[in-house]
Design a protein around this ligand. Structure first.
Ligand code: FAD
Length: 430
């Protein structure tokens, strides 16, 4: 085959990127493409931006890093803007490409776009091949069919740990042949209809997008500081950059693969020893896999008010005033307020914080959980459709929680996890 296109989406990396590796192996010329999809920069039905400023900034940084890394191998990134089903076929025609390689999607809107592109390519007699590139365990290696994936995480985890193995990482290619194409122009936040926002200096971490930064963060967390060896004891904290890995943002855009993280955990264990903490990071990556496979199984149900449950729940209304108080950190709980301010001003919140503010939203404010999930979608730098909607459904009692309805006693949580007020003081007293 002469020319192939690699359509990058949320797999913005060179190492362990199956679509890229396959394209290079099967063709003489490869055109790496990213398309800014107009629909990602519209408002959702809940009235929030689909992609807010913090995540867009991180995306732009990640794309620029990908472009730099591609150039080092003799290629470059072609930037498109519009509807992928219109823009990708245009490039196929222009460069007479015979095949498009892309990451395989699992969630509804992404799958719809994938189908639209596939249909247009079919008309041009251009092949379309997708590969699963997001998860730790490859979809084809699961020890159950999709419809039989256990809905309870611990059942899923135990079976996987017993009967499946993690595939090895695809090494980065040494060079890529690409035709000459025009210099790419990256849009600005303004071009995308967004205001540029600076991350508050109190942020747990100043995220910078891209594979280079992702690998730097991994080396910092594992080999330079050895924070990995105490991850299990620190992961529920809320202040500072090193209480947890902060890999989420890079994982969400695919700047790093979970398999590479796994490989490096194994390297770390062989040099410095395995313990509960080194295992626990793999355990958390399994949660990530779980939600992704749950989306494959239950599809659109995670966006419904009743989630994956069959019984109907009483519907809840929107209270605009309470919603704004929650968003702006002006509720009657200082613990919730500190967390919500962190999210608003930095695009990040700890896992402990997320559980509490989501529980508060569902149980104290008594509102439709999907509104809260949609606000997270706008704000989070690490927004991932499966992890976000899956976790929200879980906390709303309509997802994968076997206990049915989880209720967080916010005062107790604040006392347990912010006993000395370090977190609340950081956000409320400065
Ligand atoms: P670590 O504690 O260092 O964990 C390592 C990695 O494991 C994370 O980067 C993440 O990829 C994965 N992980 C950890 N916990 C979870 C979990 N509960 N579910 C799925 N994966 C997990 N995570 C996202 O990546 N994107 C989201 O949009 C998102 N939305 C959430 C919404 C709610 C209401 C809740 C309760 C959790 C959400 N999470 C989401 C999960 C979790 O809070 C974040 O992954 C984590 O806080 C990110 O910080 P970290 O990378 O330092 O995590």
């Amino acid at each position: 085959m002469k020319t192939a296109i690699v359509w990058f989406k949320t797999d913005l990396r060179l190492t362990d990127n199956e679509t890229l590796i396959k394209a290079i192996a099967q063709s003489e010329m490869v055109i790496p493409v990213y398309c800014f999809d107009d629909s990602h920069f519209e408002k959702t039905t809940y009235g929030f931006e689909k992609t807010g400023s913090f995540r867009t900034q991180f995306l732009l940084e990640s794309l620029k890093d990908l472009d730099t890394n591609l150039r080092a191998l003799g290629s470059q990134l072609l930037i498109l803007r519009g509807k992928p089903e219109v823009e990708i076929p245009k490039i196929v025609k222009e460069y007479k490409a015979q095949k498009v390689f892309a990451k395989r999607e699992v969630s509804f809107e992404e799958k719809q776009t994938e189908k639209l592109v596939q249909n247009e390519l079919f008309k041009l007699r251009c092949e379309f091949e997708t590969s699963s590139t997001s998860t730790l365990y490859h979809a084809e290696d699961l020890p159950f069919s999709i419809k039989d994936i256990p809905d309870v995480f611990s059942n899923f985890r135990k079976k996987i740990e017993k009967d499946a193995t993690v595939r090895t990482v695809f090494e980065k290619s040494l060079s890529i042949n690409s035709p000459k194409f025009p210099e790419s122009v990256f849009p600005t936040l303004n071009d995308l209809g967004l205001e540029s926002k600076t991350i508050d200096s109190r942020a747990a971490i100043q995220f910078a997008g891209g594979e280079t930064e992702a690998i730097r963060r991994l080396n910092h967390y594992f080999f330079e500081t050895k924070c990995l060896s105490k991850y299990k004891e620190t992961r529920n904290e809320m202040v500072g950059s090193d209480y947890s890995s902060k890999f989420s943002a890079w994982l969400a855009l695919g700047c790093i693969s979970p398999r590479l993280i796994y490989q490096e955990i194994k390297n770390f264990e062989s040099q410095f020893g395995a313990n509960d903490s080194t295992y626990w990071l793999i355990f958390e990556l399994l949660w990530r896999d779980f939600f992704r496979f749950m989306f494959k199984k239950h599809q659109t149900k995670f966006f419904l008010y009743d989630g994956i449950k069959t019984e109907k729940a009483n519907s809840k209304s929107l209270n605009e005033k309470l919603l704004l108080q929650w968003i702006n950190g002006a509720t009657n709980s200082d613990f919730i307020n500190a967390n919500m301010l962190e999210l608003k001003l930095t695009g990040f919140m700890s896992n402990r914080g997320r559980q509490n503010v989501a529980s508060y939203f569902c149980n104290e404010l008594n509102m439709d959980w999907r509104i809260g999930a949609a606000y997270f979608e706008e704000q989070l730098i690490d927004y991932d459709v499966c992890s976000n909607w899956g976790n929200w459904a879980y906390l709303a009692g309509v997802g994968n929680d076997p206990r049915g309805h989880r209720y967080f006693n916010i005062e107790k949580q604040a006392n347990d996890y912010d006993k000395k007020f370090a977190f609340r003081d950081l956000w409320l007293k400065n």
